[in-house]
Design a protein around this ligand. Structure first.
Ligand SMILES: Cc1cc2nc3c(=O)[nH]c(=O)nc-3n(C[C@H](O)[C@H](O)[C@H](O)COP(=O)(O)OP(=O)(O)OC[C@H]3O[C@@H](n4cnc5c(N)ncnc54)[C@H](O)[C@@H]3O)c2cc1C
Length: 532
């Protein structure tokens, strides 16, 4: 009897096991089919099948057939990458939509960690001769109090600090430097699609300066077409979030309360930033939550800036701020965040904002892009020949893990800090914001730790999580002193749960394993196919 029932048990367990395996395999197949469907839907408008363009290739429609690498876009990432790969002896063809000096409100403060990467890439002279300003830390303002947070630069050469500048001037210097290499060809043109043959990207189709359709081929195409990328859909799963917009102004001839520092005002409804971008100009970025900003043309924006924002800024810069609003050169830009979710594709790679974005509150985008370029350069260096696209693609999968310590630390901090720094009617969130300001004001490791994470000087995800929860515990501790009234215990519990609700989803999107246990990811150990 016992034997019969155990046999039945075995059969039942086996059947359940088989059913489980079947359900799992169907689910996996469906997920893969869905992924392929999404990719192919995305591909249909950003990728062209090469068979349809072979005629053009044969008939000499080719602009340049023999580059090692095509780079789409010569912004911060594309220009720095072109110089880096060109210096390593690659034949590089860069196609940039507009080669005139960009005039934008993005990418104006390079963190010291990013400056260190610039040195590693031999590009540090690109911040010289453009009236760039040195930045030594932050000044934080909240409800009339203020605190100063210095970058921990003691261990570095005296030249190392943050740099702030006109983004366009910096980009033009990098473009000029890249184009000065004989093996780098910088061409004005707008890339319309990637060219694919049997799942491998073989090059691009683009319109040159004269509007003529051209094609270019290379074993590796690196897409750096920025935050509004049209080409990324076939190469990644772009989950773009736009939590807010920045409204940009330039203040002229005004002295900031702390010279050579970035200024962050913990305003209501959200933060306001000031930092110098030349010896006579200060950039102001006002965060406006949501995707809609008051209309500039109707004057609503000027009214908003004067009535809601101006009363919150330090007295010393009030007049310059109002004068800048009256002058009227007001610009806006959406603040996007997008975790990196690549579809490893033979023959192609994404870099810069096209690949990964975070809230610009902490000015981390250029640091992540430059750090990624260092990782990629080191991976490509041992390879003489890039033609075996599938093998190269497998090998380059390690890039996605090796970049994580820097990228995930900066991304997570930017997203979490933005949420903590926003005003809220919720008492627990107010306590967290207050605790964060007071924690950073404690000085010592309490300010140098978070600041070195933010500046890219200490890219350690674990250290970030520890500081984040230390702030939350500090906030709870303050609530429970001098007496733990039940209402205060309740707010403390909500503070901890709110803090977890902020940071854990960001960590999940970054990838827990890649972020905290990169050594357990098999791709981490991929070796190059050939050594040169
Ligand atoms: C409001 C705001 C403020 C920011 N402030 C900072 C800051 O202070 N510090 C910081 O580190 N980061 C900051 N960032 C982020 C930073 O600007 C980006 O991370 C950085 O510019 C990314 O560089 P990129 O090369 O990927 O993109 P971009 O610098 O935008 O370059 C993309 C290039 O591709 C070209 N292009 C686009 N499409 C095509 C096409 N089809 N064919 C050919 N060329 C094409 C464009 O013309 C452009 O030159 C900020 C972002 C925002 C939104």
């Amino acid at each position: 009897m016992v034997e019969t029932s155990s046999l039945l048990g075995w059969i039942l367990a086996s059947l359940l096991g088989l059913l489980g395996v079947y359900v799992y395999s169907v689910a996996t197949r469906n997920a893969e089919a869905n992924r392929r469907k999404v990719v192919s839907e995305g591909r249909s408008d950003s990728v062209r099948n090469l068979t349809t363009t072979k005629e053009e290739r044969r008939s000499g429609g080719d602009a340049s057939d023999d580059a090692d690498v095509i780079i789409v876009g010569a912004g911060v990432a594309g220009a720095a990458l072109a110089h880096t790969l060109g210096k390593d002896g690659r034949k590089v063809h860069v196609i940039e939509r507009d080669l005139t000096e960009p005039d934008r409100i993005v990418g104006e403060l390079l963190q010291p960690g990013g400056y260190l990467k610039l040195i590693e890439l031999g590009l540090q002279d690109c911040v010289e001769g453009i009236d760039a300003q040195r930045v030594f830390g932050y000044a934080l303002f909240k409800d009339g109090k203020h605190t100063q947070l210095a970058y921990p630069l003691e261990k570095f050469h005296s030249d190392v600090s943050g740099r702030s500048f006109h983004n366009g001037r910096f980009i033009q210097r990098m473009r000029e430097k890249a184009a000065s290499l004989p093996n780098v060809r910088l061409e004005q043109g707008s890339v319309t699609s990637l060219l694919e043959e049997n799942g491998t990207i073989k090059g691009v189709q683009y319109k040159n300066k004269d509007g003529e359709q051209q094609t270019a081929y290379a074993p590796l195409t690196i897409v750096c077409d920025g935050c509004f990328s049209n080409l990324r859909r076939s190469l990644c799963n772009p989950k773009v979030d736009v939590p807010s917009c920045f409204v940009g102004l330039v203040l002229e001839n005004c002295d900031l309360p702390c010279a050579n520092h970035g200024h962050v005002i913990l305003g209501d409804p959200s933060p306001i930033l000031f930092y110098p971008i030349s010896s006579t100009e200060v950039r102001c970025l006002v965060d406006v939550p949501g995707q809609k900003v008051p209309s500039i043309s109707s004057g609503e924006m000027a009214t908003y800036l004067k009535t809601v924002v101006a009363p919150q800024i330090p007295k010393q810069i009030y007049d310059s701020f109002v004068a800048a609003v009256d002058k009227g050169n007001i610009r806006t830009m959406p603040n996007r965040s997008m975790p990196a979710a690549p579809y490893p594709t033979p023959g192609a790679l994404l870099m810069g904002d096209a690949f990964n974005m975070r809230h610009p509150l902490t000015g981390g985008g250029m640091t992540v892009a430059l750090s990624d370029i260092v990782v990629l350069r080191n991976l490509l260096r041992p390879l003489k020949d890039l033609h075996d696209a599938p093998t190269l693609c497998k090998y380059l999968e390690s890039f996605y893990t090796l970049r994580k310590p820097v990228a995930s630390t900066i991304n997570t901090l930017a997203g979490a800090l933005y949420k903590v720094f926003c005003a809220s009617p919720d008492k627990a969130r107010q306590e967290m914001r207050e605790a964060c300001f007071d924690y950073l004001s404690l000085g010592g490791v309490f300010s140098s730790g978070p600041v070195s994470l933010l500046s890219g000087l200490n890219p350690r995800p674990l250290s970030l999580v520890l500081h984040f929860f230390a702030v939350a515990v500090y906030g709870v501790g303050r609530l429970l002193v001098p007496f733990p009234w039940p209402k205060r215990i309740w707010i403390g519990a909500r503070l901890i749960s709110g803090a977890s609700g902020i940071i854990f989803p960001i960590i999940k999107a970054e990838g827990v394993r890649q972020m905290f246990f990169p050594a357990t990811v098999p791709a981490y150990y991929r070796a190059p196919r050939s050594r040169g």
